[in-house]
Design a protein around this ligand. Structure first.
Ligand code: IPE
Ligand code: IPE
Ligand code: MG
Length: 232
């Protein structure tokens, strides 16, 4: 089966899971797993460009990931910061817009600054939008949206009001969710936005995910029949 350009998902959301297990299997530290996970992000972005995907969201740190050890969390922060800095030119060259969802405030100041600079530098691009979910939780997103609407004095809200108050307000809902490592759950990712997303759970650990797996995922998506509650 060939990939059909006319049936590409517009927005792919990736739950990058399995970094720790990938590393432990190799006798490495969990943080080396996260490091290898960063390389997989680069490959996935290249694949998105190749296949003409318009939006790709990467779940990098959840509101629940604060439960991990300080050592692991600090390791992730420094990988994210280094990644943003060392890839700034790449995003500009490839005309990729960088965005984020989630509450950045608890992150180290230099990470926030690197991210904000990159967002600013790439805001005019629209070839591909890469969204990093950082300190993101689907429930937290909804709670913050509700509080925004309350503070605007709303007494009655519509689905459009909610969508316009979520962190994802500028992006279409994900068409396709890929969670690697074989776990079959959403772990509090974009709960509201994934109402009609197609879900796919390949067994491969995230650091091993490459263009071949990406291609296979797209083929799986193209075989799905999306009905949205109707009849085909
Ligand atoms: C996903 O890999 C990356 C983050 C949550 C930051 P994990 O670290 O969850 O890897 P496993 O699930 O322990 O293998
Ligand atoms: C989901 O993975 C979060 C990210 C990939 C950032 P987790 O590894 O944190 O999820 P659980 O704990 O297995 O559900
Ligand atoms: Mg995990």
């Amino acid at each position: 089966m060939k990939i059909l350009e006319s049936r590409m998902p517009q927005h792919i959301a990736i739950i990058m899971d399995g970094n720790g297990r990938w590393a432990i299997r190799r006798g490495l530290s969990r943080n080396l797993g996260h490091k290898a996970g960063v390389d997989a992000i680069k490959r996935a972005i290249d694949s998105c460009i190749k296949f003409g995907i318009k939006y790709c969201t990467f779940f990098a740190f959840s509101t629940e990931n604060w439960k991990r050890s300080k050592e692991e969390i600090d390791g992730i922060f420094s990988l994210v910061r280094d990644y943003l800095r060392s890839n700034a030119n790449y995003f500009v060259e490839k005309q990729i817009k960088v965005e984020s969802i989630g509450v950045l405030e608890p992150f180290p100041q230099d990470l926030i600054q690197s991210l904000e600079e990159l967002k600013q530098k790439t805001k005019q691009f629209n070839r591909l939008t890469v969204v990093f979910a950082l300190n993101y939780g689907g429930r937290d997103d909804l709670v913050r949206a509700c509080n925004k609407l309350i503070s605007q004095g709303k007494e009655h809200v519509t689905a459009e009001d909610i969508a316009a108050s979520l962190d994802t307000k500028s992006f279409p809902d994900p068409d396709f969710v890929i969670r690697t490592s074989g776990e079959q759950r959403l772990s509090n990712f974009m709960l509201y936005q994934m109402a009609y997303s197609e879900l796919y759970f390949p067994k491969i650990y995230w650091p091993a995910f490459n263009e071949k797996h990406f291609k296979k995922a797209i083929k799986k998506f193209q075989k799905r029949e999306r009905r949205y509650g109707g009849i085909k």
